[in-house]
Design a protein around this ligand. Structure first.
Ligand code: NAI
Length: 254
């Protein structure tokens, strides 16, 4: 399915790697001007430079989504560069350190919540301030299958990802009658640098076991999440808001 975002502006956090990078590329190929936002400023700028070289419109911005002022500045810079903000994909996220609840550290809780939940809150706040004035916009937040079920030793991550769905539904309600839609996407196991880091951290057996439990029998590709994000951001989903769409090879259905 081809979507057109010609004349539109998209902002993607965590845009320098994995799911975010695939979505950045998809938005650019669909005609959007894209703000590539990442805590790795150098990588964000390199992605944007590659897109510009290929004839697309892009800007690379370094930003820690956990920092409210940095997020505010990033949204302002995006609007200053391209004049508007039509579609945001709040995707930046990190894993927790594996630990059962009795042993998990407060530092890990704060770190994961700051990026995975406060980060989404920060982004929505300033994106919505702009979209509210503009009178239009779409937001897709990146939750996870971890936003729908529990996960032993993964409580901090799963709690944050459940929270993303709560924030998304609440904002969707607030703006439903104001031409702004807010949805969440819940990826299953997607092969990205994050998945490779989990293998490197000794979680390879767990991921292999999980892959066996996926009804489709395989992990997903970042581009398969990008397709869902573009649909949710496009004018082909105009009656869809407040939803959490699983893109997981059928993993969560049982
Ligand atoms: P990744 O690790 O490949 O990419 C994440 C990007 O986010 C990196 O470029 C990183 O620099 C950036 N980032 C990290 N912290 C940041 C911060 N504080 N501010 C701005 N940028 C920051 O990860 P992947 O796999 O592409 O994950 C993207 C999202 O998808 C995350 O929210 C993750 O929780 C979620 N997800 C991933 C799944 C998977 O199997 N890969 C499954 C379910 C959800």
């Amino acid at each position: 399915m081809g979507f057109s975002f010609v004349g539109q502006v998209a902002l993607v956090t965590g845009g320098a790697s994995g799911i975010g990078l695939a979505t950045v590329n998809a938005f650019a190929e669909a005609g959007a001007s894209v703000a590539v936002v990442d805590i790795n400023a150098q990588a964000a700028r390199a992605v944007a430079a590659g897109l510009i070289e290929a004839g697309y419109q892009a800007i690379g911005l370094g930003c820690d989504v956990a920092d409210t002022e940095q997020v505010h500045a990033t949204v302002k810079e995006t609007v200053a560069a391209f004049g508007r903000l039509d579609a945001a994909f709040n995707n930046a996220g990190i894993q927790n350190l594996l630990a059962e609840t009795a042993d998990a550290s407060a530092e890990d809780y704060d770190r994961v919540m700051a990026v995975n939940l406060r980060g989404v809150w920060n982004c929505m706040k300033f994106e919505l301030q702009h979209m509210r004035g503009q009178g239009s916009g779409t937001i897709v937040n990146c939750s996870s299958l971890g936003g729908l079920v529990g996960g032993a030793q993964r409580g901090n991550y799963h709690a944050a990802k459940h929270g993303v769905i709560g924030l998304s539904k609440s904002a969707a309600l607030e703006y439903a009658a104001r031409n702004i839609r807010v949805n969440a996407v819940c990826p299953g196991l997607i092969w990205t640098p994050m998945a490779e880091q989990m293998v490197a951290a000794g979680q390879g057996d767990a991921l292999a076991g999980m892959t066996q439990a996926i009804p489709m029998g395989r992990h997903g590709k970042p581009e398969e999440i990008a397709d869902a994000v573009l649909w949710l951001s496009s004018n082909r989903s105009t009656y869809v808001t407040g939803q959490s769409i699983s893109v997981d090879g059928g993993f969560i259905m049982r």
